[in-house]
Design a protein around this ligand. Structure first.
Ligand code: GDP
Ligand code: MN
Ligand code: MN
Length: 253
């Protein structure tokens, strides 16, 4: 397979038609996967905000004070308020804010970005990224899957990488259960999150800084003959790490 970034995209503005912007610059082919960084999806959907849009509640003040205490530097309670408003659950309050978004993604600061935000202070994640992916796909002249990504940290490992937060036109995972390994043993648990793997692949060429490359095309990759699944986000009642975090409290020393 091949992966390449789409060159020459402008600064994306609210109301921009991403499908059209992309197709003006690349001839998509059947079998491609179009991978789009959430930053430009958010910009096109007008998901920008200013810190002053978030007058802090007492709870936000309390969270910011705690974070400031832990970090030894000022923390803006308006930002804490923005994170609270974008979240359905606070998974960790210190030493950083780890929260669940409405659509199921768990991330630091609810995935709110303070870089590559254009003229605004903040860039919020798309409200419903699967619908965003479907809309972009509907606007394309070629029927290809679309994956919307964000850069995300991982527990247990240093470094960040691209993950999928929305997808359309393909399942999120391919299910290897019931297939056999080289020794003839039946696979019992392996469900491969291919949308995350495509997101990480695209992130290799889109970069994180000022490259101006928010869209990548993965060409000549095949899903293959497997069952698929759209389950990407664990439900809390089956997520033991998340449950353990509910019992856990940050202590300095
Ligand atoms: P995120 O991972 O979705 O949060 O997005 P990043 O901030 O890491 O940006 C991914 C890529 O998109 C980088 O190459 C940025 O330079 C680029 N980028 C961000 N916004 C724009 C934009 O409005 N226009 C263009 N052409 N590139 C952008
Ligand atoms: Mn981001
Ligand atoms: Mn990124």
């Amino acid at each position: 397979m091949n992966v390449f970034a789409v060159e020459g995209l402008p600064e994306v503005r609210p109301g921009d038609d991403l499908a059209a912007l992309v197709e003006r610059r690349v001839d998509l082919e059947p079998g491609d996967v179009l991978v789009v960084a959430s930053t430009v999806v958010s910009k096109a959907e007008g998901r920008t905000a200013d810190l002053d849009d978030f007058p802090p509640s007492p709870r936000a003040e309390e969270i910011a004070d705690r974070l400031a205490d832990v970090a030894g530097e000022e923390k803006d309670p308006r930002f804490a308020q923005a994170v609270l408003e974008e979240s359905t659950e606070l998974v960790m309050e210190a030493p950083f804010l780890l929260t669940a978004t409405r659509f199921g993604h768990v991330g630091v600061n609810a995935g709110i970005d303070r870089s590559n935000t254009g003229d605004a202070d903040l860039l919020l994640l798309p409200e419903r990224p699967r619908e965003s992916a479907a809309r972009i796909r509907d606007g394309l002249s070629v029927d290809v899957p679309v994956v919307v990504t964000d850069t995300s940290g991982r527990p247990f490992r240093h470094g960040q990488r691209g993950v999928a937060i929305g997808w359309a036109g393909m399942p999120a995972s391919r299910d290897w259960r019931g297939e056999r390994d080289r020794d003839g043993h039946e696979l019992e648990v392996t469900v491969e999150s291919v949308v995350d793997e495509l997101a990480a692949t695209a992130n290799l060429v889109t970069g994180e800084g000022d490259d101006g490359l928010p869209v990548a095309v993965v060409r000549d990759w095949e899903f293959g003959n497997h069952e698929g699944s759209d389950e990407l986000y664990r439900a809390v009642d089956g997520d033991f790490v998340r449950q353990a975090l509910r019992e856990w409290e940050y202590a300095r020393d």
